[in-house]
Design a protein around this ligand. Structure first.
Ligand SMILES: Cc1ncc(COP(=O)(O)O)c(C=O)c1O
Length: 484
């Protein structure tokens, strides 16, 4: 069953004249993208409707639900972002606040802005060894759920760095209070197919989450903007969820994008075992061949401390720079790009991330391995006097604290005044501030800008990272809630 492919083949080979959108009328203006143009149609007769699927789109969504083990699945063509907005709206009618992991993607905070719902944040685990956030702290969530009154829990797992939280335990806990759990699994669509096999962590659906959103374009072979939303159980009002999907999804969904989701899912389902075996072998080889690096190291289940992270997705190659080395992640990423023609997904202050998928080639892994080993050898000359015994990095908290003073909506709706960032200490921000990537807000409107946040931003700016959010950030200006 590859209905999208069949249907779009049919239209590509037909003589049907398109007196309908899109305006290119299926006549390619770019020969490289020729087949995309001839297959790009709209909801004409016989092509079903994403917003009210009764025919093949419905069958394809049922196929997705079966593959991922969900009760129902929905194709998303506006990325995980639109699924997150719809998911949070759908749980926000219930009384109570939302319990939200503070290291969520900005789309979660945009949803809070839209719903006007108040949130209590749970900060991620951290320790001095690793330069990034750990799992969501289960003890803290348990305490908050027992003491508070929540409409829902919203978490990100895996994170950009592949850190997985104990979703099973959190769901059991939340469900005992009839609280639904939404998991942003944007980085874990592959876990939905291969997770829980002892190599890849279980997917959030397997762990019992009520709504799970996955970007198929991130870790499965589907086009940019494609994603899935899965739902299970009876804690979520599906009518409200579906209604919000129609609000946040385009009313002209691209059949090319939908076909791409369908192709990716059928491809992975048909070659499920073959793809998994080859991918796991590539990754295992890669981790084995990088164990004895001296100046760089790969974060892995082997060197991970239990208190820091519950589990880790080995598909994320998190290449860290030891503290005794005078080099930033930005510089390492630049070196990989310029000397080895290898583009990393993300360059942080102390590490870079290489994202992998079942589509990576042996040659790709080999080139990265060569780059790692050559660089590691050359880095021995760059020893700094920050040397530590075990060579690991001693870090400040990878996520600075900033207390909430106003809701996002109130802060954004207030009179504001512009401040030079360094003079904004103790002011209440009226804007988001985040590093991009990963797009996790360091400051959410309504939060107080602490010295810890300002120091953190200075450090990241010095390391060449991109600070975004405030309209005038290029001039170092941030809008804060006016004191008058
Ligand atoms: C953790 C996380 N959640 C959600 C998103 C949004 O996903 P999408 O780009 O598919 O809208 C991202 C994007 O990078 C992300 O990193």
């Amino acid at each position: 069953m590859k209905t999208f492919e069949n249907k779009l083949d049919q239209i590509e080979n037909s003589n049907l004249y398109p007196f309908h959108m899109p305006g290119h009328k299926r006549r390619p203006i770019n020969s490289q993208l020729a087949s995309a143009y001839v297959r790009d149609i709209t909801e004409i007769d016989g092509f079903d409707n994403l917003h009210h699927p009764t025919d093949f789109i419905r069958l394809e969504e049922e196929f997705a639900a079966k593959l991922f083990g969900a009760d129902e699945s929905f194709y998303l063509i506006n990325g995980s972002s639109c699924g997150i907005l719809a998911a949070i709206q759908s749980i926000s009618n219930a009384p109570g606040r939302l319990l939200v992991a503070r290291n969520c993607h900005k789309s979660v905070f945009n949803a809070l802005y839209l719903t006007g719902k108040e949130a209590d944040y749970v900060y991620p685990e951290w320790n001095e060894t690793y330069p990034f956030n750990g799992s969501a702290c289960v003890d803290q969530i348990e305490k908050m759920i027992r003491q508070g009154s929540y409409a829902g829990v919203v978490l990100t797992s895996p994170t950009y760095e592949g850190i997985v939280s104990d979703i099973e335990k959190i769901c059991a806990l939340a469900h005992s209070y009839h609280i639904p759990v939404v998991v942003d699994e944007a980085h874990g669509a592959h876990l939905g197919i291969w997770g829980g096999d002892g190599f890849f962590p279980k997917s959030a659906i397997q762990c019992g989450a009520d709504i799970v959103i996955q970007s198929t374009h991130k870790t499965l072979p589907a086009m940019t903007q494609t994603a899935l939303l899965h739902v299970q159980g009876d804690l979520v009002d599906r009518k409200v969820l579906k209604h919000h999907l129609t609000i946040f999804q385009s009313s002209s969904p691209s059949y090319i994008l939908m076909e791409s989701i369908s192709d990716a899912l059928h491809f992975c389902a048909e070659k499920k075992h073959e793809l998994a075996e080859a991918y796991k072998k590539q990754l295992e080889d890669f981790y084995n061949k990088t164990i004895s690096l001296k100046n760089l190291y790969l974060f892995s289940n082997q060197n991970m401390q239990d208190s820091f992270a519950y589990d880790f997705d080995p598909g994320k190659l998190v290449i860290c720079i030891r503290d005794n080395i005078d080099m930033t992640g930005k510089q390492l990423g630049c070196l990989f790009r310029e000397k080895y023609q290898l583009q990393m997904e993300m360059e942080e202050e102390h590490y870079v991330i290489a994202m992998t998928s079942v589509m990576d080639t042996k040659e790709g892994f080999q080139r990265l391995l060569t780059a790692l080993w050559e660089t590691d050898r050359e880095l021995s000359d760059k020893l700094s006097d920050r040397k530590r015994e075990n060579g690991y990095i001693t870090k400040k908290r990878p996520f600075p604290y900033s207390g909430t003073r106003l809701t996002i909506r109130d802060a954004m709706g207030s009179q504001s005044r512009e401040y030079i960032l360094k003079d904004a200490k103790d002011k209440i921000s009226a804007e988001f501030i985040y590093l991009y990537p990963p797009g996790i807000p360091l400051i959410v409107p309504g939060e107080q800008i602490t010295q810890e946040v300002l120091d953190y931003l200075t450090e990241k700016d010095d390391a060449g990272l991109s600070i975004q959010g405030p309209a005038k950030i290029d001039q170092g200006i941030i809008a804060c809630v006016s004191d008058e």
